[in-house]
Design a binder for this molecule. Structure first.
Ligand code: M6R
Length: 605
């Protein structure tokens, strides 16, 4: 969940690391820190609680000229949010940053205390620094890290910088780590996220667990990889020659989240192009040979709700049963995986620990795995047998928006590919047109965003919110509530409209809002459910097609044009939810791009 960056190059190392940290701040923002080797060859560490601006301020009068540095943004797990607990941790001539959890930290700490070590922080991370420091007394640093790594349990990535070697070492287990080099800039970088490498590397490598990455000017390619015995090894090299990113600034948008909502029509239009005429052709065609008897759709958060949309597509088109599981529960339920069952894993980052654990469970039970994933080369991408990229571009807002839409649409393509009907250009054109229609409707919605903003202004201060929908609109009711909770810090629940009467209706009073998602299907039944809420004085926000009864019953009404969208309509209505949450959060004045307590990529279980 923390962001880590290391850099080695001819100059301005701290600048590269700080830029990387700024990009990764969405991963954790409890504190930030940097260690560099100054021009006198000494290790210098600066760290501060709060966001990166605090660190920038702290080092503003410091001479940070350096050729080697590491940095960190923290999402606290062990130990409070204090300067001491912030990373990097430094001891004598060694400094280290960590992302993850050392499960046997207490045991190792006791051992090291018995040897006379004192700990400055309450973190598990400092334990590994001390352990390596201790081992280093009798062996070179490279061996000490490799040996120390065998003693720690749990999922972690570590990056070390040493005053003596003036080099960087990195190693990980079930946590994201990516390295890269830039030939013309003669620099090497390492990070927990490829996004930090954008512009800084034109060759990208994803090391496997336990592989030691060594960044040194002494290496022919600046980076070398070693296996657990210290023998030269390799890392997966990304197919992309350059890490393409959207500009890291927000353009004219106040928040990344809003920018990402607005990117959706363009991304939708590009998806068919990529899969029908571009590099995605082969991966999509391979789906036709899968022939699964059942899918186990597994994911977390927004990706999980997108999975419900995908389930509806697959079951409708292919009549292949899909079970769906929260990734954090999947492997602990001892899932029944039969021959020809396929695990379908959905993730924006491809680094979510629970999702990766689910994938591993499938592998152990010899089931094939397929991903719908955004980050090419991510851990999930490398682990699965097949991957369909969702092509959402870099998503910075912690609240996922465009990834949801792209997951749903890629799932739609998957469903068609499974049935083999995408070989046919008529079908391809039909789908391209349907996607185009969705993009146009979203464009129109964005042009009329003031209507949504006006509703948000009326309802943002109420007691609680129920997003309700039936059938294909139920998954987006769940997703709508998640979005609102995340960024507006209000209690919201997604419910199947017909289920409310079985209990939660007890909560309805004049200060509770029902955001009723109504499509052309099951319209009458859904309106009856809204009547039940209205009868108990609930405030109704009706979002749906032009309909007298719906308009009459709604305190606030937003008319949507569903014509021709059919099964894609949940993805349309979901954009209303995104905008409604965004503006409600804005009226509340919360930190929309970096909501409290959250991290973009959840790499701990
Ligand atoms: O990177 P992933 O798609 O695997 O992430 C899964 C969830 O952590 C993520 O969707 C989370 O729920 C978002 N904050 C939702 O906006």
């Amino acid at each position: 969940m923390c962001g880590i960056v290391g850099h080695l190059g001819p100059s301005d190392s701290v600048e590269v690391v700080m830029e990387g940290l700024r990009r990764l701040e969405y991963r954790g923002y409890d504190s930030a820190g940097v260690t560099f080797i100054n021009e006198s060859g000494e290790l210098k560490t600066y760290k501060k609680t709060g966001k990166i601006e605090k660190l920038t301020e702290l080092i503003s009068n410091v001479d940070t000229h350096s050729m080697v540095s590491i940095g960190h943004t923290r999402w606290a797990t062990h130990g409070g949010v204090t300067d001491f607990n912030s990373h990097p941790h430094a001891f004598e001539k060694l400094s280290m940053v960590h992302n993850g959890i050392i499960e046997n930290a207490d045991e190792l700490r006791d051992e090291l205390i018995a040897k006379g070590y004192n700990f400055k922080s309450e973190t598990d991370s400092e334990v590994f620094l001390m352990l390596v420091n201790d081992l280093k007394k009798s062996m070179p640093l490279k061996e000490a890290i490799l040996k120390g790594f065998t003693r720690v349990t749990g999922n972690s990535a570590f990056v070390f910088i040493s005053e003596e070697e003036k080099e960087i070492f990195a190693i990980k287990r079930a946590a994201p780590l990516v390295c890269g080099t830039h030939y013309t800039k003669s620099q090497a970088v390492v990070s927990s996220d490829p996004y930090a490498l954008a512009g800084a590397a034109d060759r990208i490598y994803f090391p496997e667990d336990g592989i030691l990455c060594h960044l040194s000017v002494g290496n022919k390619e600046l980076i070398a990889f070693y296996d657990s015995e210290g023998k030269p090894s390799k890392a997966y090299q990304s197919k992309k020659q350059d890490m393409q990113v959207d500009p890291s600034d927000k353009g004219d948008f106040e928040h990344y989240m809003l920018k990402e909502i607005y990117e959706q029509p363009g991304l939708i239009r590009a998806l068919c192009q990529y899969y029908f005429n571009g590099d995605g052709k082969e991966a999509l065609a391979a789906m036709a040979d899968l022939n699964p008897s059942r899918f186990h759709i597994t994911a977390c958060g927004t990706a999980f709700y997108a999975g419900l949309v995908v389930r509806d597509f697959i079951e409708a088109i292919n009549r292949i049963p899909c079970s769906f599981e929260l990734a954090s529960e999947f492997r602990y339920r001892n899932p029944i995986l039969e021959k020809n069952d396929i695990g379908l894993f959905i993730s924006q980052s491809g680094e979510t620990a629970d999702t990766l654990a689910g994938q591993e469970e499938c592998k152990e039970q010899n089931a094939k795995t397929v991903s719908l994933v955004n980050v090419e080369g991510s851990s999930l991408y490398r682990a699965c047998d097949h991957n369909l990229l969702i092509r959402a571009g870099v998503e910075i807002g912690v609240a996922s928006t465009k990834a949801f839409t792209q997951m749903g649409l890629t799932g739609r393509l998957l469903a068609h590919a499974l049935s083999g009907d995408l070989d046919n250009s008529v079908k391809q054109t039909e789908l391209t047109d349907r996607f185009e229609l969705l993009a146009e409707r979203i464009d129109k919605l964005l042009e009329e965003v003031d209507k949504i903003k006006a509703i948000a202004e009326e309802i943002y201060n109420k007691k609680g919110y129920f997003f309700t929908g039936r059938g294909r609109y139920f998954p987006v009711a769940l997703e709508g509530a998640l979005k609102l909770k995340e960024i507006a810090y209000v209690h919201a629940e997604g419910y199947a409209a017909g289920e409310l009467k079985h209990g939660p209706i007890a909560l309805i009073d004049e200060d509770m809002v029902n955001i009723a998602l109504v499509g052309p299907e099951l319209k009458e039944k859904t309106i009856s459910n809204i009547q039940e809420i209205k009868a108990r004085k609930g405030i109704i926000v009706g979002i749906g097609p032009k309909d007298n009864s719906l308009m009459k019953i709604s305190d606030y009404f937003l008319e949507l044009n569903f014509d021709g969208l059919e099964e894609l309509s949940p993805l349309y209505i979901n954009v209303v939810n995104q905008l409604l949450s965004y503006y409600m959060a804005k009226f509340k004045g919360t930190d929309i791009d970096k909501p409290r307590n959250l991290a973009k990529s959840v790499t701990v279980e």
